[in-house]
Design a protein around this ligand. Structure first.
Ligand code: ZN
Length: 479
């Protein structure tokens, strides 16, 4: 049974979809006014992984993630770069798609763009006015929050507190009440605009997501997600608009991911800017970034610094070694059918079953990837031990082991691109090349250089053994 922490009820709830085995999910995507950074990637990777897990558990997931291409922050960038907002959107959208694809974040079922839905948003606004939940004032249209009883239920605050905290644009004389929010904003100099029944202007950001969610998924959806910073006012306002329009629950489960804190002190100067994904990926693999993100439960904050991502890279490389070794054995031993099972075979077979069960148990509990990864690391150690100790590798057991690694990889989106790593074959060629070079040094009696190569290889976990006929190399135990 899958349990989800629901921001709306502030508790863990059993996950029940409206339609059996179908998940209707809207995730608030990024505003495309700059390059994709760690904060964006954390949210995208966390929800991409949850989506993959739900698919692993046999759900069909309709996953809608928008790109916000028109709102205040888009206009700011368009003005500062002196370029049309559409041009800014096109460019950064292209970069976002590139970076998301590098990080193996899968495309949504649809990735809608707000600008293509302006007519639907105008229609939404018109209906809210008709129903008495919104009003036109000086060419703007506002949502009347006092008309919606549940205002504040997601962020768990009363209207008095919201007013005390101070609301955006509170002094605006066009508003009847300081907490009311804009559905439609009249045209301002230097801003893009569209025609509407209330004159030329543009749509309010909050309405964009409500409209697109309902357009693609219907009045009531299963999951709505986004970063914690979106709980108020964005998601609170989405609920108010949508539920006022339909009289139905808008989203049954609200999921919010934690922040990424950048530990500036522990960032090297040369890489100072690598919180942008495109820069980060010059130094680290996508798998390291995914692992770094998934090591923490999606609701908890993450602190990013160079040490932590370095560590993630080391961890993911070690995991890869075992995954690849297992895959090589499983592929090689295609034809033979095993009949004998040693104690080691039986033990690994048991470990495989337990690892699958434990992983599901961890992930079922609000998608706890942190615990899920702990299961995978233990499992990887078990497989590694088996490969080192077993006198004969049992075909059927190693195939099972490989297939469980594949399940884990699919859920976590790891090692989709085997080519981004050096294969063992390539490593072997490189080591042989070094051995050859060392041989040349030895011929020249350059013991200093030949010893250096041997010692450096040893530090890298590769030991050389000089035998009379040839030089043998093997991997030594690494801490
Ligand atoms: Zn949104």
């Amino acid at each position: 049974m899958i349990k989800i922490y629901n921001t709306l009820t502030r508790q863990l709830e059993e996950f029940k979809t409206i339609e059996p085995k179908v998940v209707k999910w809207y995730n608030c995507g990024p505003t495309v006014n700059g390059l994709m950074h760690l904060g964006h990637s954390r949210s995208a990777i966390a929800f991409d992984t949850i989506r993959r897990y739900l698919e692993y558990r046999d759900y069909k997931v309709e996953y809608i993630m928008n790109f916000t291409d028109i709102e205040d922050r888009m206009i700011e960038v368009s003005n500062s770069e002196k370029r049309d907002v559409l041009e800014v959107a096109e460019e950064y959208l292209r970069y976002f798609r590139r970076d998301m694809s590098s990080l193996k974040i899968r495309d949504g079922t649809v990735n809608p763009r707000a600008m293509l839905h302006i007519n639907h948003m105008i229609e939404f606004t018109r209906k809210l006015i008709e129903k008495g939940f919104a009003y036109e004032s000086g060419g703007d249209v506002y949502f009347d929050v006092r008309k919606f009883d549940g205002y504040g239920k997601l962020s768990n605050q009363k209207l008095e507190n919201i007013l005390q905290e101070g609301t955006e644009d509170a002094e605006n004389p066009n508003k009847r009440f300081p907490a009311d929010f804009a559905l439609w904003k009249s045209k301002k100099p230097g801003e893009p605009y569209w025609p509407s029944p209330w004159g030329e202007g543009r749509i309010g950001w909050h309405l964009e997501c409500s409209t697109m969610a309902m357009f693609y998924l219907g009045d009531t959806i299963d999951i709505h997600s986004g970063g914690q910073d979106l709980i108020f006012p964005h998601h609170e306002n989405e609920i108010a608009q949508s539920e006022s329009l339909t009289g139905k629950t808008f989203a049954r489960y609200w999921l919010h991911n934690g922040y990424v804190n950048i530990d500036q002190e522990k960032m090297s100067k040369s890489l100072g800017n690598y919180v942008n994904i495109v820069d980060l990926l010059k130094y680290y693999t996508a798998d390291a970034v995914r692992l770094f993100v998934l090591q923490t439960h999606y609701r908890s904050p993450i602190t990013f610094n160079e040490d932590s991502i370095d560590q993630a890279q080391i961890t993911v490389n070690r995991l890869f070694d075992v995954v690849l070794l297992t895959k090589n054995y499983a592929d090689e031993t295609n034809e033979i059918k095993e009949t004998k099972f040693s104690d080691l075979d039986k033990e690994l077979s048991e470990n495989i079953k337990n690892a699958r069960k434990d992983f599901i148990e961890a992930m079922d509990e609000d998608f706890n990837t942190s615990n899920g990864l702990a299961v995978i690391f233990k499992y990887s150690n078990d497989v590694n031990d088996y490969l080192r100790k077993a006198e004969n590798i049992n075909v059927s057991v190693i195939k099972e082991a490989d297939s469980l690694f594949n399940e884990f990889r699919t859920v976590l989106g790891l090692f989709e691109d085997f080519n981004s790593y050096l294969s063992l074959d390539t490593v072997e060629k490189l080591i042989k090349l070094l051995i050859e070079i060392r041989g040349e040094f030895r011929k020249e009696k350059n013991w200093e250089m030949s010893d250096k190569i041997r010692d450096d290889l040893k530090n890298a976990g590769i030991s050389l053994e000089d035998t009379p006929k040839r030089i043998l190399w093997k991997l030594t135990e690494q801490k």
